[in-house]
Design a protein around this ligand. Structure first.
Ligand code: NAG
Ligand code: NAG
Length: 507
């Protein structure tokens, strides 16, 4: 398990399988049906790296609602209880067909790209790719480009020794390329995105000519779906077991979680993705001053790796492509029934607009906690100028929280959501940004007021968005060719069914 030292607060519900099986079947059927209608769209953080992505507006935003019974009064229980896992549990063991890896004198070197979570999932994919290609994996180089504000090496962020040891039956991992291979010619490859096993088997012909293949970028190089079960499980073993953070990060993360527990017991982790780069990149200026909007526009125009320059903020927001503002998040959480005293940990970098903008949230929730208020001076000093290490701390606190909410669906939000599903479907509230904007605008224009029926509408809208078990969503209907891969739910956002099973099945 990813962090066995943290106390587990959730007792797995016990049902007798005989009674529950038909219910589970109906629920699974329901969710697989509704998945046909649910799509995730919009600009993504990944676009820093794959700038040709544009929001596709082909599909109507249709959501099947189950017409759940929404009570007028919300109990403490409703606010914090984890959705039932129906006896589902993590399963990452290989099948009986799986063979222990053999030593290979073919080497894969990898340059991992992106922010912390893009690198983590990319590295996990590279473990699987090394397995498929029968290669020895050299510990990946991390992205140290300036906009990620971190020059940490692999071993400063991850537990390198553990990574090597944990994967030894799957893939041989070495710290560095053997000296004698440094000067031989390397094949330099940009592997295609969302590739299949067949693609990498084909690429194995490169071994006839080269002993070393250098992979120039690691994000999204492997398909989400239609891969052998053993490859999917290997991805889970890599991400959730082998790739744990380095001891100093794990220890600090655990300490901060304990301090939060001491303050109030239960807490929400809010990934408030309201940072300057994100707003500039998505072109979202709702609620900002003219001067701020202008500053963001200039930043976008001068950032060469962001390809989309002209963005209509109004349209962007109405489509649900904008991060929720601190004000919107405040209204949202209050409507869901969280009282003003709720302890909320803010997982994020610097909020654009600073203290003044944050007041829009803190006026509704007085118990906001930041790394800066939770950690000591010395602890913070260790994270200074190490954005990825700080992000790792946020990640740990978010995975361990009672409730996780993200204001925007980026790499971090998706990775945390997937990890929480894996660990037992911990409550993860996924805001329906398009629906919310629609209803919030009615509030702003005075057509609605923040009363009972408003809250009821918001709770109804989110009754099925709390992290309950469901299978990973496939591609949007009607999209042909490679474009469909972009519309699939990411493997690491929801590793069900491959890595989450019913009890006593394939361990
Ligand atoms: C990897 O090695 C196994 C066992 O030796 C072999 O069956 C398989 O074809 C190899 N795969 C590739 C892509 O070379
Ligand atoms: C942006 O889109 C909205 C809604 O479609 C429209 O009313 C507005 O005029 C557009 N603004 C600009 C600057 O094009």
């Amino acid at each position: 398990m990813w962090n066995p030292r943290l106390p587990t607060r959730r007792a797995a519900p016990r049902f007798r399988r005989g009674n529950l099986f038909p219910v589970v079947l109906i629920i699974i059927l329901f969710f697989s049906l509704s998945s046909l209608f649910l799509t995730r769209k919009g600009l993504d953080e990944d676009d820093r790296e794959t700038p040709h992505r544009v929001p596709d507006k082909v599909f109507p935003h249709k959501i099947l609602t189950m017409k759940p019974q929404i009570p007028e009064q919300i109990s403490e229980q409703d606010l914090w209880v984890t959705p039932s896992s129906f006896g589902l549990h993590p399963c990452t063991k290989p099948t009986s067909r799986y063979e222990v890896s053999h030593v290979s004198d073919h080497f894969l070197t990898v340059k991992s790209n992106g922010g912390l979570n893009q690198m983590r999932t990319g590295i996990s994919d590279m473990v699987a790719v090394a397995r498929i290609m029968n290669a020895t994996l050299v510990i990946p180089q991390l992205d140290r480009r300036s906009f990620w504000k971190d020059t940490s090496t692999f071993s400063e962020i991850f537990d390198e020794e553990y990574f090597i040891e944990a994967l030894k039956r799957d893939v041989r991992v070495v710290k560095a390329l053997p000296k004698e291979l440094e000067s031989v010619p390397h094949a330099r490859k940009h592997f295609t995105s969302w590739a299949s096993v067949g693609y990498y088997e084909e690429m194995s012909h490169l071994w006839n000519q080269y002993q070393v293949i250098h992979v120039a970028k690691s994000d999204s190089r492997l398909a989400n779906n239609d891969l052998p079960l053993d490859i999917q499980r290997l991805r889970c073993r890599a991400l959730y077991h082998a790739l744990r953070f380095s001891p100093p990060i794990e220890i600090l993360g655990k300490k901060l979680v304990e301090r939060l527990r001491d303050r109030g017991g239960q807490y929400i982790a809010l990934h408030l993705r309201y940072e300057k780069d994100m707003l500039s990149f998505t072109g979202c200026t709702y609620g900002l001053t003219e001067a701020e909007s202008e500053e963001l526009r200039k930043m976008r125009e001068s950032t060469s790796h962001w390809k989309i320059k002209k963005i209509n903020s109004t349209e962007q927001r109405l489509e649900g492509y904008c991060p929720l503002t601190p004000n919107e998040v405040g209204i949202f959480l209050r409507a869901l029934g969280y009282p003003a005293r709720t302890l909320i940990y803010i997982a994020s970098g610097e909020i654009y607009g600073g203290h003044a903008r944050l007041l829009e949230l803190s006026s509704r929730f007085q118990n906001l906690v930041f790394k800066e208020t939770l950690a000591t001076k010395e602890e913070l000093e260790a994270l200074r100028d190490h954005a990825s290490q700080a992000a790792a701390i946020d990640y740990i606190i978010s995975v361990e929280s009672d409730v996780f909410v993200a204001s925007y669906s980026g790499n971090m939000a998706r990775a945390v959501e997937g990890h929480r599903r894996f660990l037992g479907h911990r409550k993860t509230i996924n805001p329906d940004r398009k629906g919310l904007v629609n209803i919030l605008d009615k509030l702003e224009s005075g057509k609605l007021s923040e009363g009972t029926s408003f809250a009821h509408a918001i709770r109804e809208m989110h009754a099925n968005r709390q992290g309950a078990p469901r299978k990973r969503r496939g591609p949007s209907a009607g999209i042909k060719g490679r474009a469909r891969f972009r519309t699939e739910e990411s493997f690491y956002e929801n590793p069900y069914p491959e890595c989450i099973c019913r009890r006593n099945r394939n361990g």
